[in-house]
Design a protein around this ligand. Sequence first.
Ligand code: ADP
Ligand code: AMP
Length: 218
Amino acid sequence: MLIILLGPPGAGKGTQAERLVKEFAFAYISTGDILRKAVKEKTILGRKAQDYMDSGQLVPDDLVVDIVKERLQEPDCQKGALLDGFPRTFAQAVALDKMLLMIGTKIDTVVLLEVDESELIDRLTGRRVCSNCGANYHMKFNPPKVRNVCDKCGGDLFQRDDDALETVKERLEVYKKQTEPLIDFYREKDLLSVIDGNKDIEDVFKQIDAVITDIEER
Ligand code: ADP
Ligand code: AMP
């Protein structure tokens, strides 16, 4: 099974992915996480990607496509994969179709998380991430038990540089221009499952769970 999580920054893709991989045992592929790790480790990829990420722009397609191509060939992806944050452009979507053809699999559904813009800004500027295990929190909507300490591993929580208000606004513009057109692309292929992402975390999870369970039972 191959599921794509599509939606603007802050829609809740990472939060839902954390739960979905537990429930369905998919391999998790977040291009944002892979790129952030590369930046932290100062690899060649990280050095190429950093300026784009810091300014809220997309990293060039060829770099991101190569990451996914490699990752999809790893053995854990055979049990199914959940793509978060990829594809984000037409070129990436077309490259993904080619990759899938080569490895003999196909997209089962594209889960679109729809969230109002004012809510997205609140979610992104209040987001906190664990520096150790990457778990995702929100100061107001999903706070840890102890302020700035991860419930799962005790790591320190931090705010992503690109969650500063000005960069958030830029990222939302980039989403509208470059990624939103993919909604029609997948709707035309009859692959889109639209989810009301404004609801609370549990409710959104139930909606996605129902879509995937339905596909599994087909
Ligand atoms: P994305 O991966 O789509 O950028 P995240 O999953 O990181 O988004 O969520 C962004 C922020 O919003 C996080 O701080 C997260 O805790 C919070 N969040 C996620 N889903 C919801 C929700 N349904 N209601 C309120 N806050 C949410
Ligand atoms: P995310 O964690 O998904 O919000 O991604 C953080 C940043 O990583 C984005 O703002 C981009 O700079 C970069 N990035 C992640 N995924 C992609 C992608 N598929 N294409 C281009 N850039 C990406």
